[in-house]
Design a protein around this ligand. Structure first.
Ligand code: UT7
Length: 330
């Protein structure tokens, strides 16, 4: 019997309606459209404004679309993995809340907290479950309400992030398509440059932590930028080498959408001069953390062909980084 690979067989996504433009941001902090476009490459981002709505609500909308597009019933799903750094609650897992809201009665589920690399790590985990024969219909969703941890008085971070969710259905295939190789890495020492100071067991929430604005993203942009450029490029080049792939072989690079300059550096290091092969939607959604890669796949879905060789690449909090080489299944 030919080897079982885990193939993406559908994509769904959702972004909230509210558009936060660079013009509106420049009324909130000392910034300009020109600075944000030239240093990051983001024009606007989506924000979940409705009260009492959370990350799970974004994920539910993305998965509803996915189930409809793939003609799948909620009870057919046997595993749901949610990649997020903005869970609805400290516990239980947001994946369990999503399962409850959608009626995934035959699935077990869990969250993965791997920052902007979350989708790549979660897709790898899903593919191992499928290759082992343990699961047949797995949903991987990257979902984030980043606006819940962004400090809109801090110009260093508030222009970067947006809200959204992207989900894929993953199923076994013996046609030689699906996830063919993965490289993952982490460096926990990088946490000093990118973290949320309070709200965990180290520093539980208190009046003091709220007054000190410690429940927001803390990021030192430059060290994160430097390592993101190196690691995302390195891991993408390494996965090409491991699989004897030339730039001509690659149909698509799907990079995490953190900064246009990081995307450019990665494509350059891979020798991908043809930028039409690089999926980019950072200008309209910003950095939606674990949701960027599936939201990109959704935007470009109609252009992807069966058998296309695709590299997914990410870098984020942790530090964490990873690349997946896959062949498109439909
Ligand atoms: O996905 C998770 C991983 N995160 C990332 O990949 C983010 C990586 N880092 C970056 O993308 C960039 O470092 C940033 C976009 C965050 C910052 O860009 P930069 O070119 O590294 O700028 P910088 O931090 O070196 O700051 C340069 C100047 C500073 O002013 P001074 O000190 O030179 O007077 C900043 O205060 O730009 C200033 N600045 C801004 N000015 C206008 C920072 N943010 C803004 C802003 N508008 N929004």
């Amino acid at each position: 019997m030919s080897k079982i690979h885990a193939a993406i067989t559908g994509i769904g996504g959702y972004v909230p309606e509210y558009i936060l433009t660079n013009e509106e941001l420049s009324t909130m902090v000392d910034t300009t459209d020109e600075w944000i476009m030239s240093r990051i490459g983001i024009k606007e981002r989506r924000i979940l404004k409705e009260e009492n709505k959370a990350t799970s609500d974004l994920a539910v909308k993305a998965i509803e679309q996915l189930l409809e597009k793939t003609n799948t019933k909620p009870e057919e799903i046997d595993l749901l993995i949610c990649a997020t750094v903005t869970p609805d609650l400290q516990f239980p897992a947001t994946a369990n809340i999503i399962s409850d809201k959608l009626g995934l009665v035959n699935a077990y589920s869990f969250d993965m907290n791997v920052g902007c690399s979350g989708f790549v790590f979660a897709l790898n985990t899903a593919s191992k479950h499928i290759e082992a024969g343990a699961n047949k219909k797995v949903i991987v969703v990257g979902a984030e309400k980043m606006s819940s941890i962004v400090d809109y008085t801090d110009r260093n971070t508030c222009a970067i992030f947006g809200d959204g969710a992207g989900a894929v259905l993953v199923e076994p295939s013996t046609e030689g398509v699906g996830v063919l190789d993965t490289i993952l890495g982490i460096d926990g020492a990088g946490r000093k440059h990118l973290h949320q100071k309070a709200g965990g067991s180290l520093k539980p929430a208190s009046h003091k932590t709220v007054d000190a604005r410690e429940h927001y993203i803390y990021q030192e942009g430059q060290p994160v930028f430097k390592l993101a450029v190196t690691k995302m490029a390195d891991v993408s080049v390494e996965i090409m080498k491991n699989n004897n792939l030339s730039t001509e072989d690659i149909a698509w690079l799907v990079p995490h959408q953190a900064n246009m300059r990081i995307i450019d550096a990665t494509a350059n290091r891979m020798g991908l001069k043809d930028r039409t092969k690089v999926m980019i939607n950072i200008q309209k959604y910003g950095n939606t953390t674990a949701a960027t890669i599936p939201l990109c796949l959704l935007d470009y879905e109609k252009q992807i062909k069966k058998g296309d060789k695709i590299i997914l690449a990410a870098f984020g909090a942790g530090f964490s980084w990873g690349a997946i080489y896959l062949k498109w299944a439909y």
